[in-house]
Structure formats: C-alpha cells, structure tokens
Design a protein around this ligand. Structure first.
Ligand code: GLP
Length: 242
C-alpha cells in the first residue's frame, strides 16, 4: 500500500481524475469501479473536463458503482443513480447506458439483485481501476465495521454513524435509508488496482487508524492491505491528524 499526501484537496482530486483518464486512454474498453459521496464530486468535475479536452469516446467503457440505497427509487434526488448522472454521466454524451451499472436498491427481489450484480462483476470484470472514498468509521462502499473480508455484494444495514454522516444530504435524519446494496469487501479486492481518496479533517481519524497497519474488520479499509496495488491519496487535513 502506498500512502501519498498531495497537500490539497484540488491536487488529490486531480490525481484521481487523471489516473481514470489515463486508464480510459490506455484501453477504450476499460472497466471502471466508481464511488459516490461528497469526496468524489470534484474528481468527476475534473474528469469531465479532462475527457472533453481529450475528446474521448466512452461508448465501450464499462462502469460499476459500489453501492445504492435500499428504499428510495432510482429517480430520488439522493439515490446514487441520480448522483452519478448529475455529476458525471449526464455531462458527457458518449457514455453507453447499457454499460453503466449500479445495484438496483428498489428491485423486487433484493437477494436476487445482489447475486445478479456480483455475477455481472465477474462476467464484465475484473475492474481495472476501482476508486474509493472512506467513511468516518473506516467503511468502504457501505461495508461497515465488522463486515467479513470475504463478503460479496449483499444487503447491508447502515450504522448510526453512517446514517448521521449522510443525513446532511437529506431533509431530515428519518429520511436517510437504513439499508443499502453494497459490493462486498472481497468484490472490491477483485479489482486490479485500487485508489482510495480522503481529504478533510473528518477523515483524519480513519486514516490514522489505517496507517497503524493493523488489519482488522473493525476498520473495513484495512482489508486493502491484502491487495497488491493500492494507493491512498490524501490532503494535509486527512494526513496530519494531530
Ligand atoms: C458513503 C458511501 C461511501 C463513501 C463514504 C464517504 O456512505 N457509501 O462510498 O466513500 O460514505 O462519503 P463522503 O465522501 O461524502 O464523506
């Protein structure tokens, strides 16, 4: 695992956007693993600009998102489907909707949906580059502390801390979904390369725990030590925790 402090949020986001760009340029049939959350908004803004400047055709690019809430529809303003279209997909005309994948949190049979998503990942994958944020409690995707490192795509219960952290996007905390479908930790580790991005003081505690090197299900992100190609991209606020 490489831990890289790039100083500012802007530089850190630019690094991640540029690595995605390089991946797309190196293989027009790349499979990208995408993440949501406030952290990624600036990455996608920069990526849209870079793709426009380079006039890239995305028609054969495949994307998989990590997770989606259960209990709100695709077209809800806070669904991850809406987020991805608002910040990335709707800004570029050449994405192929058939190659864009997010778990369906309003599927009638949610168990079946988790199996379907994992099998799609196996069929279309492996993911070339997986980008990740990190929860304040160290979660990746929606894999909360205690999740087995063997986990595949599944239905997960969100912890109080995650519901509280994500309530800033909803009108009231009661409106925050309590469950999600998330790629599992093992599903994430199948990617060829993983880039985790964290900036701002709220992530400092999780990053400090990660940097101790202890591998424990109490800190889901520590599973990344079991992967051969991981970069942790930080700003000064996430890195300088004291
Ligand atoms: C959410 C997402 C994660 C994301 C994390 C951090 O719950 N499921 O994929 O990394 O929380 O979000 P933010 O970037 O808004 O801090």
């Amino acid at each position: 695992m490489q831990i890289i402090n790039l100083g500012s949020k802007e530089e850190a986001c630019h690094y991640v956007a540029n690595e995605l760009l390089k991946q797309i340029i190196s293989n027009k049939k790349s499979v990208l693993g995408l993440a949501t959350g406030g952290t990624m908004v600036r990455v996608y803004e920069q990526l849209v600009n870079l793709i426009r400047i380079n006039e890239l055709d995305l028609n054969e690019i495949t994307t998989f998102n990590l997770d989606e809430y259960i209990g709100i529809d695709y077209d809800h303003s806070e669904s991850y489907y809406t987020y991805m279209h608002d910040v990335l997909f709707n800004h570029l005309s050449t994405w192929n909707e058939e190659r864009i994948h997010l778990p369906n949190g309003s599927a009638e049979d949610l168990q079946q949906e988790t199996k379907h998503y994992e099998s799609l990942l196996d069929k279309e994958g492996p993911i070339d580059v997986q980008i990740l944020g990190i929860g304040e409690n160290g979660h990746i995707g929606f894999n909360e502390p205690g999740t087995s490192f063997e986990s595949l795509t599944s239905i997960v219960d969100l912890t109080e801390s995650t519901i509280e952290a994500n309530s800033r996007y909803f009108e009231a905390i009661e409106e925050v979904p309590k469950q999600a479908i998330s790629m599992g930790i093992q599903s994430i580790l199948k990617a060829k390369r993983i880039i985790l991005l964290a900036y701002g003081p709220k992530k400092a505690d999780a990053i400090r725990k990660l940097m101790t090197g202890e591998i424990t299900t109490d800190l889901p992100a520590s599973a990344l030590y079991n992967h051969p190609n991981v970069e942790i991209i930080l700003d000064n606020n996430a890195y300088l925790s004291e």
